[in-house]
Design a protein around this ligand. Structure first.
Ligand code: SF4
Ligand code: SF4
Length: 693
């Protein structure tokens, strides 16, 4: 064994030990600080996510500029890790080479892949460094992002690629008979080194090898201290991401309000968040894609989903060493009791006195969220920023009664009237007067069963504009001869506004009442024109034992068209229509085409135009997450921002598929002084109904 060989073995052992210590430390922080969560459900969906989002980089490629660059670095890293392993093993067992164990064609393919990916990664790194240092895109600024860290890591990756190529080039120049066309870049560079002495070439080869091998180990050990920890956590994070079921996204977590001994509801600190939210915080790359699409941030509010993640990580790293006893003198019970521990340690005492809520994330940020899921949709490593926002809102409302004063009347009315507005519950079915629509009670009394239950929702029942949508959809159902009923005054708010505003208690009260009513009538299939009712009843009621087939009216109308049940007149003007995607229909439930398709089929001469932000990239109208009931006093109004881009398409009509969007976009149109009509898709279809006899 040479001295160099011995030194290398020692370095590898020390490096791997230090890395393993840090990896265990971070896992210990996450698991001992975070609350238990089950992330083993739906393994097939998880594996699919791992391949499509993790390995195929589907989400990172949503950014047409930076996406391919980052994906190249990722794929290059995956391929080059095989070569890295060869180099480290060579250091431990001199003379080792894959050539000795692989068939020749496979070995040639391997060395070619190493060379090509090294060049690809090097080129991508150069462009990314240029972007970060010279171009400085807006989304890479702000929120205390660690730009220096990013530059250091990119430089390390670049240096690894350069040393990999010079290693081959010096080797070929020293031993020309070993040259191969399967390392074309090294081969070309070896000609440049051709005039150097054998001693210089040997020194160059040795230096490249040591530089490359040592830099890999430095890189590995730097990751746990860097925002580039995501290099290690992004694939597990993608596998473990929220998946309440195949096709079900965005369901808020179940909360057992009657759990024995439960004293905390929601989270005010990292100790009350699930461990997965803490893994999310480790995995944030600080890329800012989430903040760049956040309607609140875009319109000048304080909220930045990236900052939510950075702050969660900072708070975790402030608290975890104390909570897990890494600093010896602090025990977990000391921390929970809020005592200062060693009185001399001022910073530790300050850390113990801090909380994630207030010291890191303010109320103002939390209440600015519209729950639109644009951040979650955009995050390339499947982080759920909304989980943290929802848990902190729950703490604010359930534990501290801290919420914007203007939502107090909505809470009171939900409790008293079963709707967020102070309308008489007895007036729920007034919109349907004269339409010959039976209630469930009436139908059951006649000994009949409906094909579907039409869930009208509070907007359709009480809001003057939305009542017209309920009428239009009922006309569509009648024209298709669908046997349907409504609940009338037995229907209550589905509870979504209360849940999104943090009032889980009120939500469960409303949801359980509705489930009791639906089960009493044996309801199996529900259609609704409201995406919030659609999402809540279909995706979140199962947590409370309510299981129904819930269909949004866009999909249901499409089905009626497929079955040739809708008598359409096939007439109509050559209209230009711009459709606004509802967040709870699109990003929450993946329904993008049905609203467009139904309008196209009803209006053959229609031209559909799209605003720049459409489908999964669509901009929220500003009403979700309970924002409908809150003042919007900071920055530009979200509905105005959205309406401006819809009107900029030059459309004759703006179409929506949600009564909340109707209000927000309708108000936006008025604010712009425009007379462009805003129609629900059911109104567009109802206008095209032919002879109903
Ligand atoms: S859900 Fe929407 S509003 Fe809330 S933080 Fe994410 S992008 Fe912003
Ligand atoms: S949460 Fe996701 S999208 Fe947002 S900055 Fe972090 S990695 Fe990027």
């Amino acid at each position: 064994m040479t001295v160099g060989h011995g030194i290398f073995i020692l370095i590898v052992v020390l490096s791997l030990s230090f890395f393993s210590y840090n990896a265990q430390r971070l896992v210990r922080y996450m698991m001992s600080i975070g609350q238990p969560e089950n992330r083993t459900d739906h393994p097939l969906t998880r594996i699919k996510n791992l391949f499509i989002i993790g390995l195929a980089q589907k989400k990172i490629l949503r950014d047409a500029v930076a996406g391919p660059l980052h994906a190249s670095v990722f794929w290059g890293f995956v391929v080059l890790t095989i070569g890295t392993a060869e180099i480290i093993v060579q250091g431990l067992f001199p003379g080792f080479t894959y050539a000795a164990i692989l068939p020749v064609p496979l070995y040639e393919f391997y060395i070619l892949s190493q060379e090509l990916f090294a060049v690809l990664v090097l080129a991508a790194v150069a462009v990314l460094l240029y972007r970060r240092i010279v171009v400085k895109p807006k989304r890479l600024q702000g929120d205390k992002v660690h730009s220096g860290d990013a530059i250091l890591i990119l430089s390390m990756i670049g240096a690894l690629m350069v040393s990999l190529i010079t290693l081959g080039a010096f080797g070929f120049a020293l031993h020309p008979d070993s040259s191969t066309i399967f390392q074309p870049v090294s081969l070309a560079l070896s000609h440049v080194f051709g005039g150097l002495s054998a001693g210089t070439l040997e020194a160059g080869r040795e230096t490249s090898w040591w530089f490359h091998a040592l830099l890999i180990l430095v890189f590995l050990n730097y990751l746990p201290y860097s925002k580039h920890l995501h290099v290690l956590t992004s694939l597990p994070n993608t596998y473990l991401a929220n998946t309440s079921g195949p096709g079900v996204k965005g369901a808020m977590s179940y909360m057992d309000l009657e759990a024995e001994g439960a004293e905390q509801f929601g989270a005010s600190d990292v100790t009350q968040l699930g461990w997965k939210s803490l893994l999310d915080s480790y995995s944030c790359t600080e890329c800012g894609r989430c903040t760049a699409v956040c309607p609140a941030n875009i319109t000048g509010k304080l909220l930045s989903p990236r900052k939510i993640m950075i702050n969660t990580r900072q708070r975790l790293m402030e608290l975890a060493p104390l909570a897990t006893g890494d600093f010896g003198e602090f025990e977990h019970h000391t921390l929970v009791a809020g005592e200062g521990g060693d009185a001399g340690d001022a910073s530790a005492s300050a850390a113990l006195g801090n909380t994630l809520l207030d010291n890191y994330i303010t109320e103002e940020e939390l209440w600015a969220c519209t729950s639109c899921r644009a951040c979650v949709e955009e995050c390339p490593v499947s982080i759920d920023q909304l989980d943290i926002i929802n848990e902190l809102r729950r703490d604010l409302v359930l534990m501290e009664s801290r919420f914007p004063p203007e939502i107090q009347p909505a809470f009171e009315s939900l409790e008293k009237n079963g709707s967020p507005w102070a309308f008489d519950p007895g007036d729920r079915a007034k919109w349907a007067e004269g339409m010959d629509i039976p209630t469930m009670a009436e139908m059951v009394e006649r000994g009949e069963r409906p094909e579907v239950l039409f869930w009208v929702g509070c907007m359709g029942s009480f809001d003057d504009r939305a009542k017209k949508i309920a009428v239009a959809f009922a006309r569509v159902l009648q024209a298709a001869k669908v046997k349907f009923a409504i609940l009338g005054q037995e229907e209550k708010c589905n509870g979504d506004p209360a849940r999104r505003m943090g009032n889980e208690y009120l939500y469960q009260m409303l949801a359980r009442d509705n489930i009791e009513t639906l089960d009493r009538y044996g309801v199996e299939t529900i259609v609704t024109n409201c995406p919030h009712c659609f999402h809540q009843i279909g995706n979140e009621y199962p947590q409370l034992g309510g299981n129904y087939e819930v269909i949004h009216h866009s999909t249901y109308i499409e089905k009626l068209m497929d079955e040739n049940r809708l008598p359409l007149n096939g007439e109509g003007k050559a209209l230009t229509v711009a459709y606004h995607d509802s967040c709870y229909l699109g990003r929450y439930n993946g329904i993008y085409e049905a609203p467009r398709e139904t309008m196209k089929r009803a209006l053959p001469m229609m031209t559909l135009v799209e605003p720049p932000r459409n489908r999964s990239k669509g901009l929220c109208c500003g009403a979700g997450g309970g924002r409908m009931w809150m003042e919007e006093t900071v920055g530009k109004r979200i509905n105005v921002e959205r309406t401006e881009e819809l009107l900029a398409t030059g459309a004759d009509v703006l179409a929506v598929a949600c009564p909340f969007c109707m209000t927000m976009i309708g108000d936006g149109v008025k604010a712009q002084g425009s007379s462009v009509p805003v129609l629900d898709i059911s109104e567009v279809i109802a206008q095209q109904l032919g002879n109903q006899s």
